[in-house]
Design a protein around this ligand. Sequence first.
Ligand code: ZN
Length: 244
Amino acid sequence: MRSPRFRLAAALTLIAVALLAGCQNPERIRIIEPLPPPIIHAPTPSPIPAPPPPPPIISQPQIRGAVIVIDPGHGGRDPGALPKYGGQMSEKTIVLDIGNRVARSLSERGARVVMTRSGDTYPELQDRADVAERHRADLFISIHANSAERRSASGTIVYIFDQATTQSLRAGMRMAAALTRAGIECQGVMRKNLHVLREHSRPAMLIECGFLTNPGDAQKLNSANYRASLAAAIADGAAGYFAP
Ligand code: ZN
């Protein structure tokens, strides 16, 4: 029998041999797998820029170079509505002053302005309509001041012809909006069978600038400052018609 000490030595020898063999076994070498190549994210593609919008369809002429006819009502032997309250100016004088101011403002914006009268003269109604047709007006604006039996009637009114074209309607709507925006009382756009709106084919409106039979309106229309504000609003309204 071998002694236990011998058996322990033999066992240790066997373990040592086994360990040595293990170290030499290539299969025991831990193979470090190469790391997979890092995933490089492709740069986020920048969004495709939207194509430029198609050029707008211009259905309206631009104000620069547009022909605008300004028609101050009455004149000469025809005074129009007579002064009743708060001032000495009759309708023909008030509307000529407003018309001249509107014309100046529109000329400064590049429009070609034609006046049916620029002084105290009386062109016949048909002559005024003929000016619109002859100059192929892009817009015709007749300027008047109102009168009524009822003293309480007040404010501006924009008239278009009974069978107005869509251009005239659009022009009238833009005008009423501009007056309201300027803080001027406006009763809106109304249709009426008026000679200077009916007897030519061009876009047209007639503005009643207030009632000379209303004390408040009469007082305002006799103020140069008010006429200047009103004229500025009318020029804005006309320009609005030519805006896209
Ligand atoms: Zn009038």
